[in-house]
Write a new protein. Structure first.
Length: 120
């Protein structure tokens, strides 16, 4: 039985790069409330939201925060929203991640970077 729900939010910058944000919540209802709040903030700021999902938690990440500079350490993930449960796989580097995304080239599959580190 899952003890938490994970909000996964993917955004895209003007260069086409995908960023992932992960927020752990206690339950589905809390996740959906946070989802609407964050989507509203990003929409107001004109940030392009690609995907936003509340899913049963399987993966833990360090706390969400904003990058303090463009030099902030990034972590890379392969995110498959078509998989049940959603699959999040750590990737060693951006190039490998992008090559895998290009090889699959299907909707719901993303190479994303994040300042958040997966720790489970």
């Amino acid at each position: 039985m899952n003890t938490f729900f994970l909000l996964i939010l993917l955004t895209q910058n003007a260069a086409g790069n995908v960023s992932a944000s992960f927020v752990e919540t206690a339950n589905q209802e809390q996740c959906e409330v946070k989802q609407k709040l964050v989507e509203g903030i990003f929409t107001t700021a004109r940030v392009n939201i690609l995907e936003s999902h509340c899913v049963p938690g399987q993966h833990h990440f360090n706390e969400f925060g904003h990058a303090t500079s463009s030099a902030s350490k990034r972590h890379f993930y392969w995110i498959d929203f078509n998989s049940v449960p959603v699959e999040i796989t750590r990737i060693s580097d951006w190039k490998s991640c992008m090559e895998r995304e290009a090889a699959i080239a299907k909707t719901g599959f993303y190479c994303a970077s994040s300042i958040q580190e997966q720790f489970d």
